[in-house]
Design a protein around this ligand. Structure first.
Ligand code: NIG
Length: 396
């Protein structure tokens, strides 16, 4: 057994019933939290193999980024610039990235994904979900899923991101729900569908999700991003773990989310980059829904892994308190991935939970280069990421 004690913590946001502990310490044993609380109590716990003095800095759980699209090549800077000059965002841009992704070989794609994971780690992210969805044929989707599984904690099959240009929608869905699903399933735990005008309608989305469920995958939905629609309703009806974007919600949608287990995942960086109204995170929390905050890193609508930026936006513009925003980007993301604490620091599968610093959970910690976490919103844009540890091992 290897024990590490982290001392010199000015404030420890545990994202648990223990709340915020001042002048704290954290002890990890074999990568799992053994103690998180007042420093004075930790000193009685016995010798550690390693002592890490964090020098009076604030600590939060590592970010749990539950929505990213890391597997792509190329970029869409021109499309973004045109959007900033007044063009609308449309789902069709996905086809541009599809072309670049299909052209890149396995080695290049792996390198790009590894770089993106490292950048996310350096911003405090310790758990990453990522999706396929820029291959859009069986061979390229299988490759995307395989690469994703080598780098991310959770992999989601998103063959139903767009009908590739020139393809027949019916035939493409036959492929997605047949050979493509079979090819990617060994690498994926989740299936997702872009349920939106210009992408897949309710009936098509239902077909995709039901096929994924049949194959043993958990469900996620991209919904209500560009207008009101069936995404939220469908996600709740089919028991999806999460419905993501949720910019345009009716009162019924909010009510449905509040009375379900489906997490409403908001993507503030994407909302700003697409000039959509910010998702109503305050309204969702007030109604009793579980909210997650994620980066949505992708080349079309959100070319950033920065959860700190998302938290700043959530606090300053979406009217969340700092604790609510931190919880959404840690425990909220963990719930969206079924990795939340269900007791004793374990998740529903009995693994060390993510997104909380309680005994039994994974010792995933993000050390801020300041003594108070409120600086995430109070000092917008200031680089506050100092170090990141995943399972007590330094990753940035
Ligand atoms: O989550 N909305 C659908 N998919 C991505 C963007 C895809 C793209 O435009 O490349 C998203 O925003």
């Amino acid at each position: 057994m290897t024990a590490t004690i982290f001392t010199g913590i000015s404030e420890l946001r545990t994202v648990s019933e223990a709340g915020t502990v001042k002048d704290a310490a954290l002890v990890a044993e074999d990568g799992v939290v053994a103690f998180a609380g007042p420093a004075a109590e930790a000193e009685h716990l016995g010798p550690a193999d390693e002592r890490v003095d964090l020098g009076g800095r604030a600590v939060v759980p590592g970010w749990v980024d539950s929505h990213t699209h890391l597997v792509f090549a190329g970029d869409r800077g021109e499309e973004f610039e045109a959007r900033m000059a007044g063009e609308d965002y449309a789902a069709g841009g996905i086809a541009v990235t599809m072309g670049a992704t299909r052209e890149a070989g396995e080695e290049e794609l792996s390198r790009l994904v590894a770089e993106r994971v490292a950048l996310a780690n350096s911003g405090g992210t310790t758990t990453l979900e990522t999706k396929t969805g820029y291959g859009l044929n069986t061979e390229a989707e299988e490759l995307s899923a395989r690469i994703a599984a080598q780098h991310a904690d959770d992999v989601t099959f998103l063959g139903a991101h767009l009908v590739p240009p020139g393809a027949d929608p019916g035939e493409y869905l036959d492929e997605v729900t047949g050979p493509m699903l079979q090819a990617v399933a060994p690498h994926c735990g989740w299936i997702d569908v872009f349920c939106e005008r210009g992408a897949f309608n309710e009936e098509q989305s239902r077909r995709v999700l039901e096929a994924g469920k049949e194959a043993g995958l958990g469900l996620r939905v991209h919904g209500n991003q560009l207008g009101e629609g069936p995404g939220v309703r469908l996600a709740v009806e089919l028991g999806a773990a999460s419905v993501d974007h949720v910019n345009y919600l009716t009162d019924d949608d909010v009510e449905a989310l509040a009375s379900s287990q489906t997490v409403a995942t908001v993507l503030p960086a994407c909302d700003l980059s697409t000039r959509q109204p910010l998702a109503p995170a305050r309204r969702l929390l007030d109604a009793g829904a579980t909210v997650a905050i994620a980066s949505n890193l992708n080349p079309g609508t959100s070319y950033t892994p920065s959860i700190a930026f998302c938290i700043t936006t959530a606090v300053l513009q979406q009217h969340l308190t700092l604790d609510e925003a931190i919880e959404a980007a840690t425990a909220g993301g963990a719930r969206a991935l079924n990795r939340h604490d269900v007791g004793g620091g374990k998740d529903p599968q009995g693994r060390p939970a993510r997104g909380t610093l309680v005994p039994g959970a994974s010792a995933d910690i993000h050390v801020l280069d300041t003594d108070q976490a409120i600086d995430l919103a109070y000092r917008p844009g200031v680089p506050l990421a100092w170090r990141t540890y995943k399972a007590a091992r330094r990753v940035a």
